[in-house]
Ligand binder design. Structure first.
Ligand code: MG
Length: 186
């Protein structure tokens, strides 16, 4: 038996098929990333270099925060994920600056007819303390995405000595993004 459409679902379907925004024209997305912390790698968060003897292993610069934000934005726009656009099998992205990924993703999302409303994020890292770097990190993300700093939130917390983050073996980042439909979609 075919499920009965409520009037709200019917309206939603109609607006989807006509190419105009459904669901009030808002899209939310979530992203996360984790990298192993190893000796001799630079610790970079949203393009900001943080002096520390260890840094994330990775094909690019291992910028977990930038990667999580990219995935949140791509997810909100239903444009796939960071791996599908910047595959780590490609020599092109070897040691690439992830600020470049953020810029590109911002362009892709805008190109698909969305405006970025805000980005919120949390970094999980046992050491070093990140509080004094957070203003610069926010500024970098805002600049890469063409946003005001107030549209970008970055929080930092430790792993309380538990799990891979808490043991200092990993860096983790989580992000959410909200988009507003700015143009009818094809
Ligand atoms: Mg990554």
């Amino acid at each position: 038996m075919k499920p009965k459409l409520t009037s709200a679902r019917r309206k939603n379907r109609a607006s989807l098929s006509s190419g105009s925004p459904a669901g009030g024209g808002w899209r939310a997305g979530a992203g996360n990333d984790v990298h192993r912390m190893v000796a001799g790698r630079k610790l970079i968060l949203a393009g900001v270099h943080i002096p520390f003897p260890k840094g994330p292993a990775g094909h690019s610069d291992g910028d977990a925060l930038a990667h999580a934000i990219c995935d949140a934005l791509l997810g909100a726009a239903a444009l796939g994920d960071i791996g599908s656009h910047f595959p780590n099998s490609s020599p092109r992205w070897r040691n690439a600056s992830s600020i470049l990924f953020l810029r590109r993703v911002g362009e892709m999302v805008r190109g698909a007819g969305f405006q970025i409303v805000n980005v919120d994020s949390t970094i999980g890292l046992e050491q070093p303390k990140l509080a004094r770097f957070v203003p610069r990190i926010r500024k970098q993300i805002a600049a890469a995405l063409g946003l005001h700093r107030d549209q970008v939130s970055v929080k930092a917390k430790t792993g309380e000595g538990l799990d891979a983050v808490g043991l200092g073996e990993a860096i983790r980042a989580d992000a959410v993004a909200l988009l507003q439909v700015s143009a009818p979609q094809a």
